[in-house]
Design a protein around this ligand. Structure first.
Ligand code: GLU
Length: 421
């Protein structure tokens, strides 16, 4: 059970670096900039002592990797998972730099993580882990430095605790220190749905290229957390036929289309999609290979590898998760003509609305949901067109085009700034 095959093809950092190398070669990137941009600026490792509910003390490992501040404060989520490693966080931090550059928002990239299993922790334990982690990295974060946000297994409540801890230390409320907060604490309208909405926006653009409509499009979604469930809901409302949904514990398939509002209600009660009466039971890995038009992996990394890529039947791959496809799988998908919308473009809706949240917090003036959604659409459609045109012009696939576009933008900022000595 689970999303990934036991043996990993390449680590997240290795995958990122392999793509970076291809893009850098295509760009004929200067050797010094190549070395500079391939590794992170700063890596922070902390060991967090926490008093558990039973009175014992546990120590959790935590990381925050800041890959780049070339274009602005570093930006990126914090994940809680037993699988977190420094290598993973390092790779995802670099991906955040490229993601922010692809959508052209004024941030660098970072990522954080704590090695823990939130399913086994009480609310109080989670709060204490969050506050101590925040306190340990406090000198390195802040609205002008590095701005954390939600990621896997973290959400609005964790962000509220992070913002409060930061604020208590500096002795005034700094809502812009963190994004993805609850609406009543300086959060932005539309942030919760933003990543899923962004996936739909780029998928709509891809359909236009293929002359298809949402009604004639079957979608399979892997992952039913924040990204997968919001994408499912919004796409269902827009007329897409969602034929399969899987989460960590199992999946459901219905060729006529799943009733997504009913599935949302069921998953809320049952704590997962497994056993949903409106579809047939299916394993997560089977669903990846099931016939469909759009495959939307929205769970975790390295689920599409050289071992299953040749069996993927979707024509369009929308990467809601970070790094769901390994570089060897990329080549197979490309040869088979799959239109890949890479993670740093497809799931950039989250960080884009995080940017809007940061702007609103700093202005103390909050936008309507329509404003947020319109601006998000504007940014993601422009980024989609930039990537696709760049790829056509340079005869590279969408993934390498996105990397090239991003690396070129970051390199330009670095050249303008020079190296401080
Ligand atoms: N964790 C999300 C991502 O991977 C959002 C990051 C943010 O909003 O800063 O893009």
């Amino acid at each position: 059970m689970g999303y990934t095959e036991a043996e990993k093809e390449l680590s997240v950092y290795e995958s990122m670096a392999a793509r970076f190398d291809v893009a850098a070669r295509q760009l004929k990137l200067d050797a010094g900039l190549y070395k500079y941009m391939r590794c992170p600026n700063r890596e922070i490792i902390v060991h967090i002592p926490v008093e558990m509910d039973n009175g014992t003390v546990e120590v959790f490992d935590g990381y925050r990797v800041q890959h780049s501040i070339a274009r602005g404060p570093s930006k990126g989520g914090v994940r809680y998972s037993p699988q977190v490693t420094l290598d993973e966080i390092r790779g995802l931090a670099a991906e955040m730099t490229w993601k922010c550059a692809v959508v052209n928002i004024p941030f660098g990239g970072a990522k954080g993580g704590v090695v823990c299993d939130p399913e086994k922790l009480s609310r109080g334990e989670l709060e204490r882990i969050t506050r101590r982690y925040t306190a340990e990295i406090l000198d390195y974060i802040g609205p002008e430095r590095d701005v954390p946000a939600p990621d896997m297994n973290t959400g609005e409540q964790v962000m509220a605790w992070m913002m409060d801890t930061y604020s208590m230390h500096v002795r005034h409320t700094v809502t812009a220190s963190v994004t993805g907060k609850p609406l009543d604490l300086g959060g932005s309208r539309g942030r919760r749905e933003a990543t899923g909405r962004g996936c739909m926006i780029v998928c709509d653009q891809a359909l236009k290229r293929f002359g298809k409509t949402p009604e004639s499009t079957r979608v399979i979604i892997q992952g039913f957390g924040n990204v997968g469930s919001q994408a499912a809901r919004l796409m269902y409302e827009a007329g897409y036929r969602i034929t399969g949904v899987a989460d960590l514990h199992g999946g459901t398939y219905n060729s006529r289309g799943i009733d997504i509002p009913a599935l949302l209600e069921y998953a809320h009660e049952a704590k997962g999609v497994k056993g949903f009466p409106g579809g047939e039971a299916a394993e997560s890995c089977e669903l990846l290979e099931q016939d469909c038009d759009v495959l939307l992996p929205a769970a975790t990394e390295s689920v599409i590898t050289s071992r299953n890529a040749s069996r993927i039947k979707a024509r369009i791959l929308v990467e809601g998760a970070n790094s769901p496809t390994t570089p060897p799988a990329d080549e197979i998908l490309f040869d088979r003509g799959v239109f890949v919308i890479p993670d740093i473009l497809a799931n950039a809706g989250g960080v884009t609305v995080s940017y809007f949240e940061w702007v609103q917090d700093r202005q103390g003036y909050f936008w309507t949901e329509n404003d947020v959604n319109d601006r998000l659409k504007h940014i993601q459609v422009a980024a989609f067109n930039d990537v696709v045109h760049y790829g056509e012009k340079h005869n590279v696939n969408n993934r390498i085009a996105a990397y090239m576009l991003a690396i070129d933008r970051v390199a330009f900022s670095l050249k303008l700034r020079g190296i401080y000595a």
